[in-house]
Design a protein around this ligand. Structure first.
Ligand SMILES: [Zn+2]
Length: 327
């Protein structure tokens, strides 16, 4: 039988990542296009559809080669109809992504939140390979979360489930978060949050730190802070300790409730590997329930930017092949 392909699509604020993926989860061809956010992002489905057609043509294939499309959107998704509640970066509000993209491509479409897709991708082909109970946290510009229990993504009653980034970390006088709340984990553990913490430390103390130079030139980044901490900069280490504490505390509490097999830490900030992971693991051990500690492994993500498209492909396969009601 001819091997057909799944399509994984990961919509971000600046680029849309796309891939044709085998039924076994291997990327056959991947590419990306710019995200056209003009007119409140109305052209996005059309540009995805056109780009898929173009790639098929380049590869001498037709639409018949494709089984279904799994799409990750940067916002909460309504499971019933695959609409996106809101995606601030794209200008979407109650956007009928699934319906429009199905019309544009004549293919079945499944939509989920991008962080959930990353968790699924890591479960299928990445660091969580094989684990049916998994927590995935993505530390980037924001903090994304995806929780898988018994092989199923936790969506909650209206798509707001698994939002690890919006667990409250600072209950009093916390910094404002994009979600409208104060003191979310995202305000301390995202790249933006880490820089903010360092700026606060620089203002409130007089001690010397190599971070002051970057701050003067307004180039201070999370990477500078982790590099400085590694070099023994006291102030930078204090910031990393705070981040590790908040992340370790949140993850241990989640693990105490969910008893996961794997905790996957991904995103740009996770590249700080040992500088962040070692203190984070110490905090985790301090607050996690002994039985939970026995069962869990904390690992860094292995799929990088491909986690979303691979997760999308899994979702497409799951819905369209394993549940034939859709075909
Ligand atoms: Zn928040």
């Amino acid at each position: 039988m001819e091997e057909r392909w799944l399509v994984g699509v990961d919509i971000g604020g600046t680029t849309i990542k796309m891939a044709f993926i085998s039924l076994q989860g291997d990327i056959i061809y991947s590419w990306e296009i710019y995200t056209d956010i003009s007119n409140k992002g109305i052209h996005i489905p059309e540009s995805i559809a056109r780009s898929i057609d173009q790639k098929l043509e380049e590869l001498n294939q037709t639409n018949n080669q494709l089984v279904a499309i799994g799409v990750g959107a940067p916002g909460p998704v309504n499971e019933e109809d695959g609409s996106v509640e809101v995606a601030v970066n794209l200008g979407w509000e109650r956007f009928q992504l699934q319906t429009i993209l199905e019309r544009e491509t004549s293919l079945p479409v499944v939509v989920d939140n991008d962080a959930n897709l990353a968790a699924i991708g890591e479960m299928w082909k990445g660091a969580g390979k094989g684990a049916k109970n998994l927590i995935c946290v993505t530390l980037g510009t924001g903090v994304g979360g995806g929780i898988i229990v018994n092989g199923e993504v936790v969506h909650g009653v209206n798509g707001g489930g698994g939002e690890i980034g919006h667990m409250t970390s600072v209950p009093k006088n916390g910094a404002p978060c994009n979600c409208g709340k104060l003191g979310c984990l995202e305000t301390v553990a995202s790249a933006t949050g880490i820089v903010r913490l360092a700026k606060e430390e620089l203002v409130s103390s007089n001690e010397s730190s190599c971070l002051r130079d970057y701050e003067v030139h307004q180039t201070l980044s999370a990477k500078h802070i982790f590099d400085a901490a590694k070099e023994g900069d006291v102030l930078a280490n204090r910031v990393v300790e705070q981040v590790a504490f908040q992340l370790g505390l949140s993850l241990s509490n989640l693990a105490n409730v969910l008893n996961p097999e794997t905790i996957v830490i991904g995103g740009g900030v996770s590249k700080a590997y040992d500088t962040l992971l070692r203190p984070l693991k110490d905090i985790f051990l301090q607050f996690a329930f002994p039985r939970v500690v026995q069962g869990v492994e904390i690992v860094t993500a292995t799929l990088g930017n491909n986690a979303g498209v691979i997760g999308g492909a899994w979702l497409a396969k799951e819905k369209m092949i394993n549940k034939p009601v859709f075909q």
